[in-house]
Every structure is written in C-alpha cells, then in structure tokens.
Design a protein around this ligand. Structure first.
Ligand code: LLP
Length: 415
C-alpha cells in the first residue's frame, strides 16, 4: 500500500498534487511519501513484536538523511556497507549499538571508523577479513564484535545479479567452513563472535528460500553451542520483495510468522535488514515528456529522466510501472519510454502501453523509492535529480537538484 493516488484524474502524493511540485522544483525529481515510509516501517517492525528483534534498515536502498531519520525515530537501526553509509547513519543520529556493518570488501579505514564508533557488529565475510579486523582492533585497543556471514547455498529465485546466497556468489563463508572459522575467532585476541549472519538475495517473492536459509543457519547455531560458542544475534539479512507489476510477495506479517516460528527454540535476538520492502513503493520518479518520435518499427517517448537517474530497467531489465501524472484517459499507444543518454540501453520502459502522451506531459515512474536515487549518477554530465518528501499537505526538498557547479571537477580553479 502507498499514498500515491488519483484525485479528479490528477496524481497526488498524500495531499499534494504532483503537478504543483513539478511547477516549483522542475523535473525530473524523486518524490517520497512520509506517511508511506513510516507506515511501511511500522508494519514490518511490529510484525516481529512477538520476539526479541532489531530492524536495521538497509541504507543502500535509500540513504537520504530525512528518510533515515524517519526509521531511526521509530526505533530502527541500520545496515551499512561502507564508511559513507556509516557517516550518513551517524548524521541521522542512529545509536551506534543499532548498526550492523555488512559487505565483502571493507577497507581498513572503514574498519577503523566503525571500531571507533562502537557499532553493534561486523558481518565478516572471509577469514582474511577476520585477520585484518583483529589487527586493526588491536592497534586501536578495541574489541570487534562480529557475526560470520555464511553462504547457505539457497536459490532465492530472483535476478542473478541480486542473488547472493549461492556457492558461485562472492558473498559469505561456505557453511562447511563456518565452524572452523568460529574456532579461529576464539584464538583472536581482539575479535569476539556474538552472532551469525546470512543474506540470500533481494526482491524475493516466496517464503521458502528464507525458511530454508534460516534452517541452515539454525543448524550451525546448534553445532556452535556444542563447541561452547554462544550466538546472541541471528541476522537474516533483507530481501523481501515488493509488487512492481504482477508479483505477489508475502506480506511482512506472513514473513514474520514463519520466521518467528523457526526462531522459537533458539534464544537469539533476530536482526533483519530490510531495504526495498520499506522504501520501494514509498517513492516515485517524476519526469517530463520532451519529444515524441514515430519510427517505422518503434515509437519513442523521449523524457527528461534517464538511466543515470534510474538504472534498474537498463541494468536488470526491471519493470517499473509508468503512469501519466494527469490522466485524461483517451487513446493508448505502445512506445519505448527513453531518456536523453547516448546509449540504446537508456530506457525506462520498452513496448509499453500507455495513454497517449505529448511534450510537456508529466509521467510518474512508480516503485522507484528503493535503489533509485541511490544508484543514480552523473553519467553524460547530468546533474542528479532532487529528492522531495511529502508530508500531508506540505512538501520539502530533502536534497537539492545538483547544478553545473557540482560538475566542476577535474581541473583546479587556479589552473
Ligand atoms: N542486507 C544485505 C547484506 C544486502 O546486500 C542487501 C541488498 C540488503 C540487506 C537489503 O536487501 P532488500 O531488503 O532491499 O532486498 N540494486 C538492486 C538490489 C541490490 C540489493 C543488494 N543488497 C535492485 O535495484 O534491484
């Protein structure tokens, strides 16, 4: 559910007509609903009320401070994968003991930053990372609390680029090597294991891969107990999918019910790292039609947003629903909706049926709140779009549109 809806043929975000925002800030822009963000977080988090848990929003999905603060104010923690995300999280005032640090290639300066901050735990992905973390912690006079991220070899049945829990993926430590790695931790003076972690992929629309993964992790927790290695935190990662088109992912309540059932004999705090399910349908990308072009094989609607603004269709062949902001009904056309970038891979939709559009019409690319702005770039030297947050009758620019001044890199001014 989300708060984008038509009223008298005009698309609104909560109580604000989107045309009004476009008039004031120009296009393209990302637009989020505060109410949807808050509601999605509450629904997800409260679904786990029955057990000890911590919901750590995965910052990579949406990293604007105003968005992060929304979840932090509701008691959430964060899942970070870089020093930059740690910096953002701290600026959004998250409690350090609600931060988990994931990622296969943490740099030494990032380890130092996180150790100095005093985060809850590092999700370690290799024995080599353990060795370095031990050295860095020793040098700083700190103790690093860790979970080992294990790779349970489960097919999450999603796009291959966002499957992470298969043996061929670079992530985690194979389950067969987990125990020996935990034993190795015992010998490290500056590292202490407190948890276990796994994340099998993203945009997962069935429950069974999560349950299978949790069962494999549970087996390891039992084996570790026999070795006198106590696991206080079980981090199951993120991955719950959303509806972009026809998908029918489980509701967070159903997801929580099966996980709670599996967790009941474990005596661990469950950590979750949702990203997409919280923000995906809470944000859209608004763009303006520039030109129409009728070819002999294809018709094109050329808009002012491009693959630098939203790369998901180009990169994953992802479907994003597209709606006219003012829906006058009328005839439909089948078109490719493309951006100004000099690549044929620059499209937002291909062979898409949509109400006939004309120059200056606005379109809304739906479900763009997750991995939309955060994956945007300056490709073709295009300034990045602003981010706008609607709350009731008001809207706020939570990130300014970049200007040409922001592109002035490479040659120092003095030369
Ligand atoms: N935890 C870890 C360790 C992750 O790697 C990810 C996502 C998450 C949590 C959050 O997963 P979510 O709940 O959002 O599915 N750019 C791609 C998605 C990449 C996901 C990467 N990892 C896309 O646009 O579909």
């Amino acid at each position: 559910m989300h708060d984008f809806h038509y009223y008298q043929n005009e698309l609104y975000c909560e109580e604000v007509p989107i045309t009004k925002i476009a008039d004031e800030v120009g296009t393209p822009f990302y637009l989020y609903s505060f109410h949807t963000l808050e509601n999605h977080f509450k629904v997800f988090d409260s679904a786990f009320d029955g057990i000890d848990h911590l919901t750590c929003f995965s910052i990579k999905a949406a990293s604007n401070l105003a968005i992060l603060k929304t979840f932090i104010n509701l008691g959430g923690g964060v899942d970070i994968v870089s020093g930059g995300e740690l910096f953002r999280a701290l600026n959004a005032n998250v409690a350090p003991n609600k931060i988990v640090f994931s990622g296969v290639g943490k740099q030494i300066k990032e380890l130092e930053y996180a150790l100095t901050t005093g985060i809850l735990m590092f999700n370690v992905e290799s024995s080599s990372e353990l060795t370095i973390l031990n050295q860095v912690a020793g040098r700083l006079g700190k103790k690093a609390h860790i979970a080992l991220r294990v790779n349970p070899h489960i097919d999450p049945k999603t796009h291959p680029y966002i499957s992470t829990g298969l043996k061929k993926n670079k992530f985690g430590i194979e389950t067969t090597q987990a125990i020996e790695n935990y034993q190795a931790v015992k010998k490290l003076e500056h590292v202490e294991s407190i948890g276990i972690d796994c994340h099998i992929g993203s945009q997962i629309t069935e429950l069974s891969p999560f349950v299978e993964a949790l069962r494999k992790v549970k087996e390891l927790v039992q084996l570790l107990k026999k070795e006198n290695i106590e696991i206080k935190y079980l981090d199951l990662g993120g991955g719950l999918g959303i509806t972009y088109q026809q998908e029918q992912p489980p509701h967070p309540k159903e997801y929580a019910e099966v996980l709670i059932e599996e967790m009941k004999d474990l005596n661990c705090t469950l950590i979750l790292e949702p990203g997409r399910v919280i923000v995906g349908n809470a944000g859209i990308l608004v763009s303006k039609v520039l030109y129409l072009k009728q070819g002999t094989e294809k018709s094109f609607v050329i808009v002012d947003a491009a693959m630098n603004d939203l790369i998901r269709p180009s990169l994953y062949a992802a479907f994003q629903a597209i709606q006219p902001v003012v829906n006058t009904g009328g005839e439909e056309m089948v078109v490719d909706i493309v951006g100004p970038i000099c690549e044929s891979g620059d499209f937002l939709a291909q062979d898409r049926k949509i109400t006939c559009l004309k120059p200056n019409d606005l379109i809304a690319v739906m479900s763009a709140g997750a991995y939309g702005f955060t994956m945007s770039s300056n490709y073709n030297s295009r300034p990045r779009a602003p981010e706008i947050l609607v709350r009731g009758k008001e809207f706020h620019v939570i990130r300014e549109r970049e200007s040409y001044g922001d592109l002035k890199t490479g040659i120092p001014d003095s030369e």
